[in-house]
Design a protein around this ligand. Structure first.
Ligand code: ZN
Length: 205
């Protein structure tokens, strides 16, 4: 009944985060109703998304390289402080950068621990984070995950894992802090206003 080309597009959209089959079907029919030029524009922008954007090899922030560099502008900036702010997602980094209240470096962890899954760590970049901490030896690691239940449990886990690296005998002690009051419990950094982020940074402990 449903042509296989439409089914295929529905299947593609159904795999998107937060999109169910109903919404996926609406998307597919919406595309069907567009003229060819608009559809081509969508296809082209998807291709250039993959072709022209790189993930920073230090912090995993997506960026557009000018030549063949592997490190994003933030990580390349020598004026940045040697603190490492661990965030969940790209959008958290972007939000914090917008406020201009943080002057250090970042690391995008890639999500939270999902305790219901067989492999709770999933694609979290825990090993990469350990390597960054060992390599950079930041003076402070700020765990800036969202203060939701899973976010807090994830920060507990990360703090435990980083602890041995942070107080190794030969290396100087690295402070591990979390964002302070200001961000409501269950709140999300991505949607926090400038003042809230500033207060949370100032009050970190
Ligand atoms: Zn970077």
């Amino acid at each position: 009944m449903v042509p296989k080309q439409i089914k295929k597009v529905i299947k593609i959209f159904s795999d998107f985060p937060t999109v169910g089959e109903r919404t996926a079907t609406r998307f597919a029919l919406y595309l069907l109703g567009l003229d060819e030029k608009s559809v081509k524009e969508i296809c082209d922008s998807l291709v250039s998304l993959k072709k022209e954007i790189k993930l920073c090899s230090f912090c995993f922030n997506p960026f557009t390289p000018l030549k063949d560099e592997n490190i994003c502008l933030i990580c390349r900036d020598k004026k940045r402080e040697q603190t490492l702010c661990v965030v969940e997602r790209e959008t958290d980094l972007w939000r914090m950068e917008e406020t201009k209240k943080y002057q250090g470096l970042y690391f995008i962890l890639g999500g939270e621990i999902d305790f219901l899954k067989e492999n709770p760590l999933g694609k979290l970049r825990v090993e990469e984070l350990k390597k960054r901490v060992e390599g950079l030896k930041p003076k402070e690691i700020i765990l800036a995950l969202n203060p939701t239940r899973d976010g807090i449990l994830t920060m507990d886990f990360i703090a435990k894992i980083l602890k041995p690296l942070a107080c190794g005998e030969q290396s100087r002690t690295i402070k591990i802090t979390r964002l302070g009051r200001g961000l409501p419990t269950g709140g999300e950094i991505e949607y926090a206003d400038e003042e809230t982020i500033e207060k949370a940074l100032e009050g970190r402990r």
